[in-house]
Design a protein around this ligand. Structure first.
Ligand code: AMP
Ligand code: GLY
Length: 431
C-alpha cells in the first residue's frame, strides 16, 4: 500500500513508525512531517490543513490510503475531498468531525443518545454567562465552543476565576472566533482517561486506553496544554472496563450519528472521567491523542496499517488489535515558555544516546533542521520521550533516564508523569 500520513507531531512520528513496521507498506509519504518522520518515509511540503494540496499530492503519488493525524484537516473536509477523488481515507467526514469541532454539537449528540456527561448550558453573550456562573457557584468549567488547541477550557475553582475566563474569551476575544460562544459545565470529579477505538459506521473496535497529564506543571498545576505525558494502560481501567465504557460512551454515539445520516468512520478518542457514578464523557476527539498515541503505539503488536485500511473500507470484521502486556509512558519535552510563546531555535543534541537505552523511543514533534543540519526546537511540544517496561515503574525510569541524556537547555518537562498511576497501583496492590 502507498500511504499518505498527514501531520507533523509526535503522534504522527509514532504513527509513521507503526505504519513502517507493516509488511503491507509499499511507500510512506508524510505531509508535512518532521525530521523524525523523514527517517521513515518521504516528507512532502504540504501543510496538514491544505486539503486541496493534500489531494493533489495523493494523486501525484498514487496514494492508496490517506491517514489523517490531527483534527484540522478533518474539520476542513479532507475525508470528503478524498471520497470525491476516489481515494481511501481512514478518517471521518467533515460532518462527523463536528464531534471535535463543536462542543455544543457533542453535547446535543450525547443528550440524544443518552450518554452520561456533565450538565451544560451554552451562551452566545457574556452577560448571561456571567450571571449563570454567579448563580451556579464554583467549581465550574468554562469552555470555548470552537477548536482552541486544548487551550479553550478553564476548570474554575472560584466564581472569580470563571468570570475572568468568560471575560477573556467573550469580551476580550483572547481565543478569536473559537471563544465567541461558550459552554459552561458542571465539574466532574474523578480520574481522567483517554479511550480509543476504530470506528466504521455503527461498529467500534477497542484500541486501548492511556492517561494524559494535561497541565504544564508538576502535580497538575498551571495552564492546560495539549498534553505533557501519558501512561498506558491507565491504572484501574482494564480492558473489561474499557469495553464497558465503549458500550456506554461510544457505541450509542455511533448509532446516533448514523441515525442523523452522518456516520462516524475513523479513530474516536473519548476523553472521560471515571466518576463515582461510572464513566462520564468529557469530550470526543476524532483522532488519536498526542501524547497518548506515542505511549499506546509502542505497545501495539498487531498491524496498524491493516486496521487503518479496514477503517477506510468501512469493514472492521476480523480486525485484530493486540498489545504487549508491558506498560509504557511518554514524557513530553517542551520548549521553555510553552503553552505561551515557546523559545525556539535551541540545538538539541544526544538523541541517539537516549534512543539507545533499552525500550526507549524518542518521537519528534516541534523540531527542524537548521541550515547547518543541526536539529533545533521549532515549536511548543518538541520531543516525546517514550519507553516500555515490564512494569510502569521500569518504563518510567527508562524514559526519565533518556530525558536526562538529551542535551537541550531550553527543554522543560514534568517530573511526575505516571506518578499518580504508580501511587494508585501501590494502593490497590495491582499493576
Ligand atoms: P476538553 O477540551 O473538553 O477536553 O477539556 C480540557 C480538559 O479540561 C479536560 O481534559 C479535563 O481535564 C478538563 N475538563 C473538561 N470538562 C470538564 C468537566 N466537566 N469537569 C471536570 N474537568 C473537565
Ligand atoms: N492529549 C490530548 C489530545 O490529544 O487532545
Amino acid at each position: 500500500m502507498r500511504v499518505l500520513l498527514v501531520g507533523s507531531g509526535g503522534r504522527e512520528h509514532a504513527m509513521a513508525a507503526a505504519i513502517a513496521r507493516s509488511p503491507r507498506l509499499e511507500a510512506l509519504f508524510i505531509a508535512p512531517g518532521n525530521p523524525g518522520t523523514a527517517a521513515l518515509g518521504t516528507n512532502c511540503a504540504v501543510r496538514a490543513d491544505d486539503v486541496a494540496g493534500l489531494i493533489a499530492l495523493a494523486q501525484q503519488e498514487r496514494i492508496d490510503l490517506v491517514v489523517p493525524g490531527p483534527e484540522a484537516p478533518l474539520v476542513a473536509g479532507l475525508a470528503d475531498a478524498c471520497k470525491a477523488a476516489g481515494i481511501a481515507c481512514a478518517g471521518p467526514t467533515q460532518a462527523a468531525a463536528a464531534l471535535e469541532g463543536s462542543k455544543t454539537f457533542t453535547k446535543e449528540v450525547c443528550d440524544a443518545a443518552g450518554i452520561p456527561t456533565a450538565r451544560w448550558e451554552r451562551f452566545d453573550a457574556a452577560a448571561p454567562a456571567l450571571d449563570y456562573v454567579r448563580r451556579h457557584g464554583a467549581p465550574v468549567v468554562v469552555k470555548a465552543d470552537g477548536l482552541a488547541a486544548g487551550k479553550g477550557v478553564v476548570v474554575a475553582q472560584s466564581v472569580a476565576e470563571a468570570e475572568q475566563a468568560i471575560t477573556d474569551m467573550m469580551t476580550d476575544g483572547t481565543l478569536g472566533e473559537a471563544g465567541q460562544s461558550v459552554v459552561i459545565e458542571d465539574c466532574l470529579v474523578g480520574d481522567e482517561v483517554s479511550l480509543f477505538a476504530f470506528c466504521a459506521g455503527e461498529t467500534a473496535v477497542l484500541i486501548g486506553a492511556a492517561q494524559d497529564h494535561k497541565r504544564i506543571g508538576d502535580n497538575d498545576t498551571g495552564p492546560n496544554t495539549g498534553g505533557m505525558g501519558a501512561v498506558s494502560p491507565p491504572t484501574g481501567f482494564d480492558r473489561a472496563a474499557q469495553e464497558a465504557a465503549l458500550d456506554v460512551l461510544v457505541r450509542p454515539m455511533l448509532r446516533e450519528m448514523a441515525r442523523r445520516g452522518t456516520p462516524f468512520t475513523g479513530i474516536i478518542f473519548a476523553g472521560l472521567m471515571l466518576t463515582n457514578d461510572g464513566p462520564q464523557l468529557i469530550e470526543y476527539n476524532v483522532r488519536f491523542g498526542d501524547p497518548e498515541a506515542e505511549a499506546l503505539l509502542i505497545r501495539l503488536e498487531s498491524d496498524l496499517l491493516t486496521a487503518l485500511a479496514a477503517v477506510a473500507k468501512g469493514d472492521l470484521a476480523g480486525t485484530d488489535i493486540r498489545f504487549s502486556a508491558r506498560s509504557s509512558i511518554s514524557v513530553i519535552m517542551a520548549a521553555k515558555g510553552y503553552p505561551g510563546r515557546p523559545v525556539t531555535g535551541g540545538v538539541i543534541r544526544n538523541l541517539a544516546a537516549a534512543e539507545a537505552l533499552p525500550g526507549v523511543h524518542v518521537f519528534q514533534a516541534g523540531t527542524k533542521r537548521d541550515d547547518a543540519g543541526e536539529l533545533v526546537a521549532a515549536g511548543g511540544r518538541v520531543l516525546a520521550v517514550c519507553a516500555t517496561g515490564d512494569t510502569l515503574a521500569q518504563a518510567r525510569n527508562r524514559a526519565y533516564e533518556a530525558v536526562g541524556l538529551i542535551d537541550w537547555p531550553d527543554g522543560v518537562y514534568r517530573h511526575d508523569i505516571g506518578q499518580r498511576a504508580l501511587a494508585a497501583q501501590e494502593k490497590t496492590g495491582k499493576e
